[in-house]
Design a protein around this ligand. Sequence first.
Ligand SMILES: Cc1ncc(COP(=O)(O)O)c(C=O)c1O
Length: 436
Amino acid sequence: MSESTRTRIDEELRQASERYAAARPRSRERHDDAARVMPGGNTRTVLFFSPFPFIVTRGEGAYLWDLDGHRYTDFLGEYTAGLFGHSDPAIDEAIRRALDDGIVLGAHNEVESRLAGEILRRFSSMERVRFTNSGTEANLMALGIARLATGRRRVMVFNGAYHGGVLYFGDSARTVNVPIDVVHGEYNDAAGAQELIRRHGDEIAAVLVEPMLGAGGAIPANREFLIALRESTHEHGCLLIFDEVMTSRTGAAGAQGYYNVRPDMTTLGKYLGGGLSFGAFGGRADVMDHFDPRRADAVPHAGTFNNNTLSMCAGLAGITQVYTPERALAHFGKGEAFREALNALFRERGVPMQFTGLGSIMNFHPQSSPIRCPRDIDVSRASIRDLYFFFMLENGAYLARRGLISLSLALGQHDLDAFVYQTRRFIDRFGDLLDA
Ligand SMILES: Cc1ncc(COP(=O)(O)O)c(C=O)c1O
């Protein structure tokens, strides 16, 4: 990118940011207040962006409203947890009924095993499942039991992977990661991963992998890569854990069904709690049954809210009444068609932009070169991504600042068409800056 293009993009960004701030005085005021009691006015880093994030006051269907009265079509979908939109009637009803029966019951309830049964039916590699409060916790528990079951200490992960707030393997040197001994592989490098497993196999308890790097840029795995992991882990006695916290919405049986690769363990979260806080981990019975409290050598697994009835009931309604296998397949197809419509537009206009992804999850990248792993992402063009973010926001579409989109079931075709239309306008407006 030439110096003059960079200067022009910076100037466009400065103006967009000013317009954004000028249109949101109440959000700014509330954020300033929040910053007096919370670091940066924030309790979830990913939601922050400069100059200040808008304050949302309400959501309905596929739409959000902020404190200053702006309406946004929600393309972020709560980083995939918002699959059902903001007011699905079946979920609302399930939560109301759960409330009627009282909360914080402190005992086994009827719903937890029904939800567990539905999850096992959906993800055939899972022979047993237990619940947690978040995807992070699910991954921590899966790694913990893998280490215990194998008697090994190390864990293999991939550069750019995000498995939770304390399991972040992106490029930041400053993290609050749990102190586990990690072997780093390169995503989608089958030969490299096989070599690492061959070299360190007898120390590795588990290989933890997202079938599509989610936070790392919605980069889908190659099937060969996952098969190589499956074969090598099998050969060396390591457990293969699929982190399907994001990808479990892929078709009728999650990404493991889509790729037809059977992991030993799977972790889940996000939408499977019906929009409430949720996590789950499970897999092979011989591994999971270490938690069986009837056993003399049982391993404890605690968590006050693991079986809270609000999440259990909302999750059960979500998977049985709303996101049925048929609906999941249709939603996958809708996402594929939407991504292809956007990519066809970029090809037609000859602009170096693309959406990567799988089904209803995708990520914008202002480059045309292929992206197989996070190293392929051209960070020098990040300012174009920022410009797109502000442009779309100004035109009523909310996606993640980093370019992530996850489609909810509440979005109609007219919402998707409007998004493509606004993207076309973005190209019309900034075309000369995009490929310079
Ligand atoms: C792949 C993946 N794993 C784990 C997590 C952590 O889930 P939670 O935010 O529920 O802790 C996330 C969250 O974005 C995720 O995308």
